[in-house]
Design a protein. Structure first.
Length: 283
């Protein structure tokens, strides 16, 4: 089975459907870069602003709803996935056994607890997918975890510039997480993805979603063969294109992640923004 998964990860388009879903492994144009940048900046602004409003006793549902409201008031009509909010131990996916359990719950936030906001809006046809980790008050262990993620962020473009396959990159990052004393939480994601491709897509029928994911998430990935769109330990295909990269680590009682778009071109690899609009605080 792993051999088969590696083979299908090399598929970047499907005959006939390719007319509607062009190949994924092509360098982006300056125009598309601008579109993705506007989408990502809006996503980050929304998460940053909402994180400052969250108070003790708020539920995950309240936080996610406010994040969605902010984005829709800013012009978003559809989502790759609707906003998630994970508090405390749920930020390391403790107790999450089914896809439905990823959805926001009535779990209330307590003083000092860590929380994650994750949103993937579609703005003017451009998908962005961001993750922001914060805490209600100071948390020194969160600060240390973010410093580690910051070092990973610096190293990830270099890994993509190397001769390593996507699967080898996944394994390298996994080992670095374990060596630093953390758990690999993105291993618990569907298909254990470290990231996924992002595409231009249609914003219509935004009300159609399954388990918090809009129809665009299913279409943009499966119409291009699915497995080549997901960065996990089985990936051996071409990495050229745009990726939402989301390393997610766990301590004993909370999780920490960041997520942003990585631009992979033939001659260089870079984050969509070298430094996000909120600097290192957004890690």
């Amino acid at each position: 089975m792993p051999r088969l998964l590696k083979k299908v990860s090399e598929i970047s388009s499907i005959p006939l459907i390719e007319y509607f879903s062009p190949k994924a492994n092509v360098p982006p144009t300056l125009l598309t870069i601008e579109g993705y940048l506007k989408s990502q900046r809006l996503s980050q602004s929304a998460a940053y602003e909402v994180s400052g409003l969250i108070q003790e006793g708020w539920t995950e549902i309240q936080a996610a709803k406010l994040l969605k409201t902010f984005l829709m008031d800013s012009g978003v009509r559809s989502f790759f996935h609707h906003p998630f909010a994970w508090f405390g131990e749920r930020a390391r996916f403790e107790g999450i056994k089914t896809y439905a359990q990823y959805a926001p719950t009535k779990r209330c936030l307590q003083p000092g607890e860590v929380f994650i906001l994750d949103a993937a809006p579609i703005l003017n046809g451009y998908i962005s997918d961001i993750g922001f980790t914060c805490s209600l008050g100071e948390n020194s262990r969160l600060t240390m975890a973010k410093q580690f993620l910051g070092s990973l962020r610096d190293e990830i473009p270099k890994l993509f510039e190397s001769e390593a396959t996507g699967g080898e990159i996944w394994n390298t990052i996994n080992q670095k997480i374990l060596d630093a004393g953390y758990s690999n939480i993105h291993k618990k994601y569907p298909f254990s993805v470290l990231g996924h491709r992002v595409h231009e897509t249609n914003e219509s029928l935004g009300f159609l979603n399954v388990l918090n994911f809009g129809w665009q998430s299913f279409w943009t990935l499966t119409s291009r063969g699915l497995f080549g769109q997901l960065l996990n330990s089985n990936h051996t295909g071409d990495l050229t294109g745009l990726w939402a990269i989301e390393p997610h680590i766990g301590t004993t009682d909370f999780g920490v992640k960041f997520e942003e778009i990585l631009v992979v071109e033939h001659n260089r690899v870079r984050w969509l923004e070298t430094q996000t609009q909120y600097g290192k605080s957004f890690l």
